[in-house]
Design a protein around this ligand. Sequence first.
Ligand code: ZN
Length: 185
Amino acid sequence: MIFPIVLYGDPVLNKRAVDFDKSENDTIQKLVLDMFETMYQARGVGLAAPQIGISKRIFVVDGAALDKKECKDFKKVFINPTILEETGKEWEFEEGCLSIPGIREYIGRQESLTLHYFDENWSEFTETFVGMQARIIQHEYDHLEGLLFTDRISGFKKRLLQGKLNKLKKGITDADYKVKMTLKK
Ligand code: ZN
């Protein structure tokens, strides 16, 4: 099932998501399929559950669309992830987000991270990722912490974007995938 994607301004995007319990496995299996389907139709390389309105600690990635060698086979499910360590020099890259269509910004992130997580079979991993793989994880992990890339830019840059962000808050976007409007009083 394709979910509509929650847009900037929806409070679910600013909330820290909570862990899954193993007893929720049936829900998770269905959710994983739906999240990949939703991500692919929107042509994203990552999708976190809060972006479909579910405040749970899961995200899926598939870097194939990036056309970068190191991301070609980077298709994974991350359940209950915790970043244990981030290291290396900060580097900038222009990021986009399915919840913030039409806006891209250069964001600085450290080049490597070590993550503890479970995959969709509840196998447990402690794994280190670098470069573009690390960046995709850092971006999606931020969603689980209630952060967006717009929280990582300067106040000056954010003021420049305010007009566009206010439009998104009202549900005004030309995104070519289904989005969910935040109802404003
Ligand atoms: Zn995002």
